[in-house]
Design a protein around this ligand. Structure first.
Ligand SMILES: [Ca+2]
Length: 310
């Protein structure tokens, strides 16, 4: 489904480009007919159009890929600064990340390549790992009371491991897709690619309640990897360089974080994929982010959060 969504976006983007080219051709024909005076008029009009576009491009953060929420939101939009970079496996199709006692725990996806790993923060070296059976596509993960829960995308199965030994303890079933997973300390919180987040019982994985992420009157869908940070649910918004901050009480959006500046740290080649991985070190207040095939985990801090509006 994720690849399908991406294909739709690429198709729509191509259509927009075609439309622009077609409009350009029509303008040329018209210009020849009406002569030099009209060309001057059209020139002014085009300049105005380009200027308008430039202003919009400046207002809408890079990497938002046409994501319209930032143009209408009334909640703060933070930028980020890089504190430090750490190595990250550029072959890791990252689907979930958390920090615990000096280590990164990471879930990777893709059928036949999915894994759970414990990694050294400074070197990125794998210290423990479990490979999922070939039919499973790994997704979000979370630590809850010395157990690691790892979602699968469309296998409707959550794996539960002993966090110390990585031994598989249980498998539980759920209905629908699994994307991101975190915890508020009492319940597990899960995303499924829509605007809906489910609170689940850690023992049975049954749904206890649901909330729907909403910025003003607008639902915020494509919620992906999750992290619980200072009483808020933070979620990567799939295919964007944005994290949305959500109230666990009612799903209300409390703020946005624009991480597009991180792209300037990343290699330009096409294999670097989407932002997807948030880890919070509550003990020292450190925030880490990474992405699929990203060569770095970034330790970041928020900046410019005081009331900036689009
Ligand atoms: Ca996380």
């Amino acid at each position: 489904m994720k690849e399908f969504i991406r294909c739709i976006e690429m198709f729509e983007s191509a259509k927009e480009r075609e439309g622009f080219v077609e409009a350009g051709k029509n303008r040329m024909k018209k210009t020849r007919r009406v002569g030099r005076i009209l060309r001057v008029v059209l020139g002014f009009a085009l300049a105005g159009l380009l200027l308008s576009g430039a202003v919009q491009a400046h207002d809408a953060p890079e990497g938002s890929f046409g994501f319209s929420h930032l143009r209408t939101t009334r909640v703060p939009i933070a930028s980020v600064e890089v504190v430090r970079t750490y190595p990250h496996d550029p072959g890791a199709f990252t689907q979930g990340l958390f920090f615990h006692r000096g280590f990164f725990f990471e879930s990777t996806g893709l059928a036949g390549r999915s894994s759970l790993t414990r990694r050294d923060v400074a070197t990125g070296k794998i210290l423990d790992s479990v490979s999922l059976a070939g039919e499973y596509f790994g997704e979000g993960l979370v630590l809850f009371q010395d157990r690691i829960y790892q979602l699968t995308w469309q296998n409707e199965t959550v794996f539960i491991y002993d966090a110390r030994t990585f031994c598989l303890l249980r498998k539980l079933r759920y209905s629908g897709e699994g994307w991101g997973l975190t915890t508020d300390g009492r319940r597990l919180l899960m995303s499924n690619g829509t605007s809906t987040l489910t609170f689940r019982d850690p023992g049975s994985f049954k749904i206890l309640r649901k909330i729907h992420a909403q910025d003003g009157e607008t639902p915020v869908d494509r919620l992906n990897e999750l992290e619980f940070v200072r009483g808020e649910i933070w979620a990567n918004v799939f295919t964007t360089d944005l994290i949305v901050r959500i109230s666990p009480k009612d799903g209300r959006v409390k703020g946005w974080i624009d991480l597009s500046v991180l792209r300037s740290y990343l290699p330009a080649h096409a294999s670097v994929d989407v932002l997807n991985g948030i880890a919070w070190d509550a003990g020292s207040g450190r925030l880490f982010v990474t992405g699929k095939y990203w060569p770095y985990v970034f330790e970041i801090r928020l900046s410019g959060a005081s009331g900036r509006r689009p």
